[in-house]
Design a protein around this ligand. Structure first.
Ligand SMILES: [Zn+2]
Ligand SMILES: [Zn+2]
Ligand SMILES: [Zn+2]
Length: 142
C-alpha cells in the first residue's frame, strides 16, 4: 500500500512537470491516503516537524494552480483540499462532482460517483466556479 501511494504521488508530480521536493511529496501522499479532504491546519498538524506553515501554504497554492488538488469549502467555511480527478489541468479544474459535508465529524468527502449534470443558467450569468455540496452524516457517523 505504501508503495502504491508513493508511486501515485510521483506520477502526479511528473505529469504536472513539478520538481519532486520532500514537502510536495509528503503533502501529496497525505492527501492520497486520506479518505476525506484535508484542511491546511490538518496537514500542518501531521507534519509540523517537517516544514513550516508558509512552505505548506505555497505548496497547496501551487498544487491548486497546477490542477493537482481542488479546494472545497465545508459547511463551516473552512477550506479543504482534495486530490483532483485525472481530467484536471493547469488553471482548468474539472472536478464536477458532489461534495459531502458531515455535520458530526466535520469531514468533507469527494463523491466521485455523483456527477453534476450540465445546466443552463439564466441569460447574463456566466459560471466561473461552482460547488455542489450535501450536508448530513457520513458512513462513519451514521
Ligand atoms: Zn481539479
Ligand atoms: Zn462523519
Ligand atoms: Zn472533490
Amino acid at each position: 500500500m505504501a508503495i502504491v501511494k508513493e508511486e501515485k504521488a510521483e506520477r502526479i508530480l511528473k505529469k504536472r512537470e513539478l520538481k519532486k521536493t520532500p514537502v510536495r511529496h509528503i503533502v501529496l501522499q497525505a492527501l492520497i491516503e486520506s479518505p476525506s479532504a484535508l484542511s491546511q491546519h490538518e496537514i500542518e498538524k501531521k507534519f509540523v516537524q517537517h516544514f513550516d506553515r508558509i512552505t505548506l501554504y505555497r505548496t497547496l497554492r501551487l498544487f491548486e494552480e497546477k490542477g493537482v488538488v481542488h479546494r472545497i469549502y465545508n459547511s463551516f467555511g473552512e477550506a479543504k483540499y482534495a486530490i483532483c480527478s485525472e481530467g484536471c489541468h493547469e488553471h482548468a479544474h474539472s472536478d464536477h462532482h458532489v461534495h459531502f459535508n458531515c455535520l458530526k465529524c466535520k469531514g468533507t468527502f469527494c463523491i466521485n460517483e455523483v456527477h453534476i449534470p450540465s445546466f443552463q443558467l439564466p441569460k447574463g450569468f456566466s459560471p466561473i466556479h461552482y460547488n455542489f455540496s450535501i450536508e448530513g452524516l457520513c458512513k462513519n457517523c451514521e
